[in-house]
Ligand binder design. Structure first.
Ligand code: GDP
Ligand code: MG
Length: 370
C-alpha cells in the first residue's frame, strides 16, 4: 500500500522534491511530486539519501534526522509567519518598518534594531506575529524551490495611487502556487490621488475577491508613512492565522529553516533561523544544510541574548562551523558525531552533483562544436 507522497517524503528528509523524484527514477519508479509510494520504496530512497528510517507502524513511515512524530496532543498554538510582497515602490519596506515599530517593546531605551532577516512583533494583546524581512519574490521563490515552506500568510501590498502592477500579479501567482492565503494591504491611502476602491475592483480581474465585494480576502487600507491602519492590518493577519489553526510542538528538538546566513568578520558564520517546531537552546548541536554547529549564542532582532527560541521565533544563531544558504533546513541532532556524519554525506553529494553538472556542460560544449 502507498503510505507517503513524494512531497511529504522530501519534506521529512528535508530534501528537494526534484531530487527525490530523480532518486526514484534511478530505482525505476516513475512518480510525480503528489503521487504516493509504498513503504519499501520509501525506505530505499531514504537510505540512498543517507537518512535513518523508522517505521512507526506497518502503514506509516517516519523519516527524519532524529525521526520523532508530533502527535496532536503535543501541539500548541504558534505565531503566524508573514511575508510581505508587492510591486516595487508600493511600500513593502516602509510597511515592514512601520509594523516593526508597533512592537510593545519597540521604542524602549536602547532598542536599536538590526537587520536579521526576520523579526517578531508582540502586540499589546500579547499576541505575536513573525515577519520575514526579506521582501521580494525571489527570496520567496528560492525558498519554495528548496522545498522550504516558511510562510503562513502573504501580505500583498498594493499602492492605492498606483493600483495593480505586474509584480502585484506575480505576487498573487506566487501566493496561490504556494497555497498561502493573502491579506491585502492597500497602502499610501494618505495620498490625495489614492483610490482604494479601484484597487478592490481591479483585484477581481485576478480572482482576488475582497470581503467588500462578497469574497473572503481581507483588504485593509493603510499608510505606512502616516501610520494609519497598522493595528487593523495586524488584526486581519491574526484573524487569518486563527482560521489556519497554526500549531507546533515546542517540546522537542528544534527544526526550522535558514532565512539568511553570512560570514561575519568578528563573529564567524552567523545564520538567522526561523524555528518551526521544537525549542532551540544554547548548547544544542545542529545541522544546517551542509554545515553544522553548536549554538554558542542566540540573539533576537534587537541583538539581545536569548537562552532559547520556540516555534515561529526567528533568531540569530552563532556557533556554526561554516556558512549555510538561505532556504537550508535546520535540525538539532543528538551528537556531534551525528552532525558530522550528516554534513559529510551532504557535502559529498553536493560535490558529486557538481561533478555531474560539469560533465553535462562539457558534453554540451562538445556538441555545440560539432
Ligand atoms: P518597496 O519598494 O515596496 O519596498 O517600497 P518602499 O517602502 O521603499 O517605498 C517606496 C516609496 O513610497 C518611498 O519613497 C516611501 O517613502 C513611499 N511610501 C511608502 N509607503 C507610503 C505611504 O503609506 N504613503 C506615502 N505617501 N508614501 C509611502
Ligand atoms: Mg523595498
Amino acid at each position: 500500500p502507498e503510505v507517503i507522497t513524494v512531497q511529504e517524503l522530501a519534506n521529512r528528509m528535508a530534501e528537494r522534491g526534484a531530487d527525490v523524484i530523480k532518486q526514484l527514477m534511478r530505482l525505476g519508479v516513475m512518480a510525480t511530486i503528489n503521487q504516493s509510494i509504498d513503504a519499501d520504496t520509501a525506505e530505499l530512497v531514504v537510505q540512498e539519501f543517507g537518512h535513518r528510517l523508522k517505521r512507526v507502524a506497518e502503514s506509516d513511515v517516519e523519516i527524519g534526522l532524529e525521526g520523532e512524530v508530533d502527535v496532536d496532543e503535543n501541539l500548541e498554538p504558534r505565531a503566524p509567519v508573514v511575508t510581505v510582497m508587492g510591486h516595487v515602490d508600493h511600500g513593502k519596506t516602509s510597511l515592514l518598518d512601520a509594523l516593526r515599530s508597533t512592537d510593545v517593546a519597540a521604542g524602549e531605551a536602547g532598542g536599536i534594531t538590526q537587520h536579521i532577516g526576520a523579526y517578531q512583533v508582540k502586540l499589546g494583546s500579547g499576541q505575536k506575529i513573525t515577519f520575514l524581512d526579506t521582501p521580494g519574490h525571489e527570496a520567496f521563490t528560492a525558498m519554495r524551490a528548496r522545498g522550504a515552506k516558511v510562510t503562513d500568510i502573504v501580505v500583498l501590498v498594493v499602492a492605492a495611487d498606483d493600483g495593480i502592477m505586474p509584480q502585484t500579479v506575480e505576487a498573487i501567482r506566487h501566493a496561490r502556487a504556494a497555497g498561502v492565503p493573502m491579506v491585502v494591504a492597500i497602502n499610501k491611502i494618505d495620498k490625495p490621488d489614492a483610490n482604494p476602491n479601484k484597487v478592490r475592483q481591479n483585484l477581481l480581474q485576478h480572482e482576488v475577491v475582497v470581503e467588500e465585494l462578497g469574497g473572503e480576502v481581507q483588504a485593509i487600507e493603510v499608510s505606512a508613512k502616516s501610520r494609519i491602519g497598522l493595528d487593523k492590518l495586524e488584526e486581519a493577519i491574526l484573524l487569518q492565522a486563527e482560521i489556519l489553526e497554526l500549531r507546533a510542538n515546542p517540546n522537542r528538538e528544534a527544526a526550522g529553516v535558514v532565512i539568511e546566513a553570512k560570514l561575519d568578520r568578528g563573529r564567524g558564520p552567523v545564520a538567522t533561523v526561523l524555528v518551526q517546531k521544537g525549542t532551540l537552546k544554547v548548547g544544542d548541536i545542529f545541522v544546517a544544510g551542509s554545515e553544522w554547529g553548536k549554538v554558542r549564542a542566540l540573539l533576537n532582532d534587537r541583538g539581545d541574548q536569548q537562552t532559547e527560541a520556540g516555534p515561529a521565533v526567528p533568531v540569530e544563531v552563532l556557533g556554526l562551523t561554516g556558512t549555510p544558504s538561505a532556504g537550508d533546513d535546520f535540525q538539532v541532532v543528538d551528537s556531534e558525531a551525528r552532525a558530522r556524519e550528516v554534513t559529510a554525506f551532504r557535502q559529498r553529494r553536493t560535490k558529486e552533483q557538481r561533478a555531474v553538472g560539469t560533465a553535462r556542460v562539457s558534453l554540451e560544449q562538445m556538441f555545440s562544436k560539432i
